[in-house]
Design a protein around this ligand. Structure first.
Ligand code: SF4
Ligand code: SF4
Length: 119
């Protein structure tokens, strides 16, 4: 009887699935989604590279000149890099709809702004 009750109740309710990518759901409060970098705060300490369990972070260059390549396809959204970064250069976003057409699109290169030469 309980199963029939469930069936009739479900027939009256709207479907819980959505027509992605035409429809979207709001992220829940406190969601751990894609991470991002404020690259100018990075000092190139490599702690994020070392702690990342998915091997999703690559450091390009050294020290305060270092840049980051982030492969979201390898990221398990654990937030360990956010917690370990001593300069708060890494932050969690609410971007959880992670869709790509190809592997190259999964990689974001966080570059430093080019400084103008003064002579
Ligand atoms: S959130 Fe976790 S898996 Fe993703 S880049 Fe940071 S440490 Fe790596
Ligand atoms: S932990 Fe922070 S400061 Fe260190 S390399 Fe990663 S982003 Fe840069």
């Amino acid at each position: 009887m309980a199963m029939e009750d469930d069936m009739f109740r479900n027939l009256k309710e709207k479907p819980v699935t959505i027509q992605f990518p035409y429809e979207h759901v709001e992220p829940v409060e406190g969601v751990r989604a894609k991470v991002s970098w404020d690259i100018d705060k990075c000092i190139g300490c490599r702690l994020c590279v070392t702690i990342c369990p998915g091997n999703a972070i690559q450091l390009v260059g050294r020290g305060r000149q270092a840049e980051i390549k982030y492969n979201v396809g390898r990221c398990i959204l654990c937030g360990e890099c956010v917690d370990v970064c001593p300069t708060k250069a890494i932050y969690a976003t609410k971007e959880f709809e992670i869709v790509f057409n190809n592997r190259r699109g999964m990689i974001t290169h966080f570059r430093r702004k080019k400084r103008k030469r003064t002579s």
